[in-house]
Design a protein around this ligand. Structure first.
Ligand SMILES: Nc1ncnc2c1ncn2[C@@H]1O[C@H](COP(=O)(O)OP(=O)(O)O)[C@@H](O)[C@H]1O
Ligand SMILES: [Mg+2]
Length: 384
């Protein structure tokens, strides 16, 4: 016996059909994309809002609608979501795109050649693409090569037949990244419509949870006051994502205890076990690939050293080793210093200065964080 009806409906990447509090935005996006389905035009939109506001799920829900609708109408359309936080160079972005469109990652080609392959494929098969550039702000704020942003909108210069075939969705936490772009790149973004998502309040989290619980759990397995309790805790700790994690974990405890309902104590136990920083729950899969490698190096160093701190130089050396083993070029020390500041403000690490030296520490046990990080890195580094 299990409290679950469909456990995978609680996983982070699951895309439910109905998105409470985002249906209006979904309808707006569907309307904007209607011409993409019915005419030879493309569309560019921004979806932006803080972490956990449903940007990725909304965009993927739209993508599913577009694919279904295209199939119904006999249109050849592909929706692709690429996480730019994991693809630190145009090469990786294009390779990932080529893999999904052409079916091979174009290893050994340059990004421009890969794009030519993609364009050839979509023209010859009369295909349309809707490409979501997820976490584009992370990519640009870490000073990655912005050329990727003007390559895609200008494919018609490569082949006139490609005009109007590639639509783009830019997903970011805020629009600040646009200030980093030069005039020419901003120009190619063109006139872009935008959907802004606001942070959910506790009542909204509760509403959304009620739907997710209905899909994932057997009737009456999660009493209403437990849903409310979960929403209250989650609101302060990381929002919707945290709430789903609490319920998934608590449901698993219920199963192992042989209980037919999820109890408050199970929620408390899971709550206590989730790694948190100064600003609530921390999710290493939200970090760029270089920050992930840096964080892993820090934990390796702290583990093998056994003390509370390691020096910047030690951390940097371990980071370069990690880069080497992942076949990525290491960033310079100055860049890594700025990443350390970011990791500090996001609550992952402590930084302190001693006699002109920078020391790095972590205040919580990090076994679980290390596991989460390794999983995130496997995902991020899964070469196309
Ligand atoms: N309106 C909603 N309805 C159902 N689930 C939602 C909704 N908004 C967010 N979620 C869920 O909450 C989690 C965080 O959403 P996500 O799309 O990853 O946020 P973001 O990309 O803005 O950081 C995901 O597991 C997502 O499925
Ligand atoms: Mg997201």
């Amino acid at each position: 016996m299990s409290v679950f009806r469909k456990r995978e409906a609680l996983l982070h990447h699951y895309v439910p059909d109905f998105l409470p509090h985002r249906q209006e935005e979904l309808e707006r996006l569907k309307k904007w994309f209607e011409p993409v389905l019915s005419e030879k035009v493309n569309m560019k939109v921004h979806i932006y809002g803080p972490m956990g506001t449903g940007k990725t799920v909304l965009c993927n829900r739209l993508g599913r609608y577009l694919m279904d609708e295209a199939e119904r109408r006999g249109v050849n359309l592909k929706f692709i979501n690429i996480n730019l936080a994991y693809t630190p160079k145009p090469y990786y972005v294009m390779s990932s795109l080529m893999e999904k469109v052409v079916g091979n990652p174009g290893l050994g080609l340059g990004p421009e050649e890969m794009l030519i392959n993609i364009v050839e494929k979509i023209c010859s098969e009369d295909m349309k693409l809707v490409v979501a550039l997820d976490e584009v702000d992370t990519y640009i704020m870490e000073k990655r090569d912005p050329k990727i942003l003007y390559m895609l909108p200008r494919v018609h210069e490569l082949d006139q037949r490609a005009a109007g075939r590639i639509s783009l969705i830019y997903i970011s936490r805020s629009l600040k990244w646009l200030d980093r772009l030069d005039e020419a790149t901003l120009d190619t973004l063109g006139r872009t419509a935008a959907v802004k998502l606001e942070k959910y309040g506790p009542e909204e989290i509760e509403d959304i949870l009620n739907y997710r619980v209905e899909e994932a759990f057997k009737p009456a397995a999660v009493p209403p006051e437990i849903v409310e309790f979960t929403a209250q805790i989650s609101y302060r700790c990381g929002g919707m994502r945290y709430a789903l994690e609490l319920l998934l974990g608590a449901g698993m405890i219920a199963d192992s205890e042989g209980s037919s309902t999820v109890k408050a104590d199970y929620i408390r136990i899971v709550h206590a076990g989730i790694p948190k920083g100064a600003n609530g729950a921390i999710y290493p899969d939200e970090l760029s690939i270089h920050k992930q490698m840096l964080l892993k190096a820090i934990m390796d160093g702290l583990r093998s050293g056994g003390g509370p701190y390691l020096t910047f130089e030690e951390a940097y050396d371990l980071y370069t080793v990690e880069c080497e083993s992942q076949d990525k070029d290491a960033e310079d020390k100055e860049t890594i210093q700025s990443y350390l500041q970011d990791l500090k403000s996001e609550g992952y690490i402590l930084l302190k200065r001693r006699e002109g030296e920078v020391l790095i520490g972590m205040e919580y046990p990090f076994d679980r964080l290390y596991e989460d990080l390794e999983r995130a890195m496997r995902e991020a580094l899964r070469r196309p």
